[in-house]
Write a protein that binds this ligand. Structure first.
Ligand code: PLP
Length: 455
């Protein structure tokens, strides 16, 4: 085994980490941590620390760490057939089985799944398909995509543009010109509007209408949104939000892409966020919970309405010119099959609903009264605490005070991983779906202790 100082040096000299302060890391000023193992909801680092992972990696290790069934399925697949491509109709037993399992879990009107590797490439696929769709239908002008401020849809050129968080745009020359951002459905963050929640929903729908009117409905192809906002701050939509948005989209013949990278496969206590909120999307993005991150795999799930146009396209032009070498990779597919089976066998969708509700209630009871806690919110296995400088006037902290990072560092000292969400002073939790009530209590206790320490 390599010595810690050797690993540290190699890390600093060679490894360009995602979403990391590059200079601080290279100078050895950032808190890097070498993770060595995981079991259930816990991970271990090289120094022997055992941490309760209250964020399931990056909301992805839904079944928890160290699942033998998935490891065995991956090993068996690697031995039998490590790779063959999925082009021109090829498949493996694992990829065909997984496609069937996915479609059995998606809303009735969905028809096919296109497999990719991660959420970003799946959303890139989705936008290409939307453009292809409108070109086949003879509507070459209908191309713009509406996303929301604080939405997160990935880090590619198009998906980084769709993402409505400015650090993903700055100095990258994004967003691309085809992308527009509309109001985010965070009622809590808009005290300035001084309106009821119901009026705020109408406001969001009106803002969307205004944007469509200004641009021309015949130029807008699709609207993309996470059923419940994740990286932008873990924000459940206000009641009636999706009904109001869907009505506007339907009126203007604009496709709806539900980005279910976080919400897909049980995180909200339902198989999909679309089912949870009653959306009828044309395309659904899936990733993380598909394999619980035991191997990279994602999917673009296409409705029958869109699929029929795709078929027409192929009949006119031949095979679709879109493919990844690793699409439907057999090892990812084998992991997916074993993972979804485990989700069923352990009743994890149901557990996410019940233990998730327990976690959210307990968190409210424990910290909502604190003068620096403005909001405690969540659904299923998503929970967030948002801090405010002044509770009564809902005055937010100056971002330079870095309250969110301070609280997440204090939670870590308690042996629990929470995430300082990149927008606002928000501490987020998205634990594995197998979390128990006792483990939920640990998250809540650590949060309360951290708040006491920081404020
Ligand atoms: N969409 C959503 C809603 C996400 O939360 C993420 C990642 O967190 C992505 C897309 C991008 O997925 P990936 O990081 O696998 O490319």
């Amino acid at each position: 085994m390599l010595r810690n100082d050797q690993l540290d040096q190699w890390d600093r000299e060679n490894f360009f980490h995602p979403s990391t302060h590059m200079g601080q890391h290279e100078r050895g000023e950032s808190a890097n941590r070498v993770i060595t193992g995981g079991s259930g909801v816990y991970i271990e680092d090289r120094n022997g620390n055992r941490l309760l992972d209250g964020f399931a990696g990056l909301y992805c290790v839904n079944v928890g760490y160290g699942r033998q069934e998935i490891a065995d399925a991956i090993a068996a697949q690697a031995k039998e057939l490590s790779y063959y491509h999925a082009y021109v109709g090829h498949g493996t037993e694992a990829s065909i089985t997984l496609a069937k399992m996915v479609m059995d879990r998606m809303p009735e009107h969905m028809s096919k799944v296109y497999f990719g590797l991660g959420g970003s490439d799946a959303n890139e696929t989705n936008i290409k398909l939307v453009w292809y769709y409108n070109n086949i239908l003879g509507r070459p002008e209908k191309k713009k995509i509406i996303s929301r401020w604080r939405g997160y849809h990935g880090s590619g050129l198009m998906t980084g543009s769709l993402t409505g968080l400015t650090p993903f745009h700055n100095k990258f020359d994004l967003p691309l010109s085809q992308v527009l951002h509309t109001e985010t459905p965070s009622y809590f963050r808009r005290p300035d509007l001084d309106m009821s929640e119901a009026d705020f929903v109408t406001h969001c729908a009106d803002k969307l209408e205004e944007m469509i009117a200004a641009e021309g409905a015949d130029t807008i192809a699709a609207f993309i949104g996470e059923p419940m906002l994740g990286t932008g701050g873990i924000v459940p939509p206000p009641a009636g939000y999706w009904n109001a948005i869907q009505a506007v989209l339907d009126k203007h013949d604009i496709l709806l892409i539900a980005d279910e990278v976080v919400t897909g496969f049980g995180r909200l206590g339902t198989m999909t966020g679309s089912a949870h909120y009653g959306l009828k999307p044309d395309i659904i993005t899936i990733a993380k919970g598909l394999t619980s991150a035991y191997a990279p795999l994602s999917g673009s799930v296409i409705s029958d309405k869109v699929w029929q146009v795709m078929v027409k396209g192929s009949d006119e032009m031949g095979p679709i010119g879109h493919g990844w070498t690793y699409s439907a990779h057999p090892i990812g597919a084998a992991a997916g099959v074993a993972n979804l089976k485990l989700v069923d066998d352990l009743g994890l969708v149901e557990n996410a609903g019940t233990v998730g509700a327990y976690l959210n209630e307990k968190m409210k009871d424990a910290v909502a009264d604190h003068p620096q806690v403005g909001d405690v919110r969540g659904e299923g296995m998503l929970c967030a605490v948002e801090f405010v400088d002044d509770k009564a006037s809902r005055k937010f902290y100056d971002p330079s005070r870095k309250i969110g990072p301070a609280v997440s560092a204090a939670v870590l000292k308690q042996g629990v991983i929470g995430r300082a969400m990149p927008q606002g002073d928000i501490l987020g939790f998205a634990p594995p779906l197998c979390l128990t009530r006792e483990e939920a209590d640990k998250i809540v206790d650590a949060t309360r202790a951290a708040i006491t320490e920081v404020f």
